[in-house]
Design a binder for this molecule. Structure first.
Ligand code: AMP
Ligand code: GLY
Length: 426
């Protein structure tokens, strides 16, 4: 089979790497891919980013299955368009992807279907938003309505920060959010405390199958300090997701979401990622939905997947997930993200990367913001690499990942030294 992976991040490198291991694979293409997928002899990069051109390319090249990694093409309707042209593709339709692409949509959806989430209100007028924040007090959370690559959320510890965030999002758009129809909107919500986990499932429109659990580190700096990012590291499994929390997440969040979407006439196919906040009593609230797998969570999750990823996706695109049993490696996988100078606000491109180790069974360097120029790998985006290792315990996986990080060098590189610390404390 010929398979196309859409995207250029670490998640897509991991997806393509895993697909290439399947027996039934003839060729894996990645569009547009990155430096890591370019230098992997099992993968071929296709330099097309435009959705319509890519669909035409997929038709011309008789692609059997397309897997979309990131949210932007899903929110733009790539699944609808490919299906319209008779192509097999895994992901949510544009309407279903609103669970991620519009905070206002997902919050009102959760409210309507009784899915636990933080108390909130939605605003288009800065004045009213300012008044609401003054009335509620800090800490409080301000979220832009549109897609913002993980940067559209400000957890304001003071009123001044909350007011600034409102102006940023509603007046200046300084965070570069892609506003939804009807213009700029913010959701302002109650500040929740607890521990976060990334809860991911696949859905074929009828059946749901949970992936292995995982946690990521969203803040830039050690000890979960500094600005929010797309994710600075991740590991699987997540000890905070006990069997009880798992059952609760399925019962209270995932199943009502899938049923709710069906009831609203928007059946859900694709990966669904619920960002959960778990309190000390094991109660959960939904922080957000993503309509895709997480990045960097995908890297450790796929490293632990023993099942054939292609067979899984074929089942997921033929309403066959009830017949599929996922098998996981019992070991722990942990990934450390190495980010560019200036990330997350203003990442620098073009720095040469030295000391990349060769791939091994238990240590993989998944590329994200890299490009290959004249046989050399250089930085080309905010999150550059995700160095992922698998071992018997969190401590050993951590040691193995950090020793693989050691020889890698590029100007201005940033990485956290404490990935996995919450799992070590459990
Ligand atoms: P989101 O994109 O909605 O998941 O927000 C990004 C990050 O902001 C989350 O992973 C949390 O760390 C934090 N966050 C979002 N909403 C809240 C909330 N209501 N209370 C506390 N932290 C939050
Ligand atoms: N790591 C969080 C995300 O992919 O949204």
């Amino acid at each position: 089979m010929k398979v196309l992976v859409v995207g250029s991040g670490g998640r897509e490198h991991a997806m393509a790497w895993k697909l290439a291991q399947s027996n039934r694979i003839q060729q894996v293409f990645v569009a547009p891919g990155n430096g890591g997928t370019a230098r992997d002899s099992h993968l071929i990069n296709v330099p097309i980013s435009d959705g319509i051109q890519l669909r035409q390319w997929a038709l011309d090249n008789k692609i059997d299955l397309t897997l979309v990694g990131p949210e932007a093409p899903l929110a733009a309707g790539m699944v609808d368009d490919f299906r319209l042209h008779g192509l097999r593709i895994f992901g949510p339709t544009q309407a279903a992807a609103q669970l991620e692409s519009s905070k206002a949509f997902s919050k009102s959806f959760m409210q309507r279907h009784g899915i636990p989430t933080a108390e909130f209100q939605t605003f288009t007028q800065a004045e009213q938003a300012h008044a609401y924040v003054d009335a509620k007090g800090a800490p409080i959370v301000v979220k832009a309505d549109g897609l913002a690559a993980g940067k559209g959320v400000v957890v304001a510890m003071t009123l001044a920060e909350a007011h600034e965030a409102i102006d940023f999002m509603l007046l200046d758009n300084a965070l570069g959010v892609a506003h939804n129809e009807g213009g700029a909107r913010v959701v302002i919500e109650e500040f929740l405390q607890g521990e976060e986990a990334s809860f991911m499932v696949l859905c074929d429109g009828k059946h749901v199958l949970a992936l292995a659990t995982s946690q990521d580190h969203k803040r830039l700096l050690d000890g979960d300090e500094g600005p929010n990012t797309g994710g600075m590291g991740a590991y699987s499994p997540a000890p905070v997701v006990t069997a009880e929390v798992h059952a609760r997440a399925m019962r209270e969040v995932i199943l009502p979401t899938i049923k709710g979407m069906e009831k609203d006439g928007i059946p859900y196919t694709g990966f669904l990622y619920a960002g959960l906040m778990i309190d000390t009593q094991g109660r959960i609230k939904t922080l957000e939905f993503n309509c895709r797998m997480g990045d960097p969570e995908t890297q450790p999750i796929l490293m632990r997947m023993k099942s054939d990823f292609l067979e899984l996706l074929l089942a997921a695109t033929s309403e066959g997930l009830d017949q599929f049993e996922l098998v996981w490696d019992r070991r722990v996988a942990l990934g450390v993200v190495m980010a560019a100078a200036g990330y997350p606000m203003n990442p620098r491109k073009g720095d040469a990367i030295a000391g990349l180790p060769s791939d091994q069974d238990e240590v993989m360097v998944f590329h994200a913001g890299t490009a290959q120029h004249d046989g050399k790998i250089v930085t080309s985006g905010g999150r550059v690499l995700c160095v992922t290792a698998m071992a018997e315990s969190v401590r050993l996986a951590q040691q193995k990942a950090y020793s693989a990080v050691e020889p890698i060098a590029f100007d201005g590189m940033q990485w956290r030294k404490d990935i996995g610390y919450r799992a070590l404390a459990q």
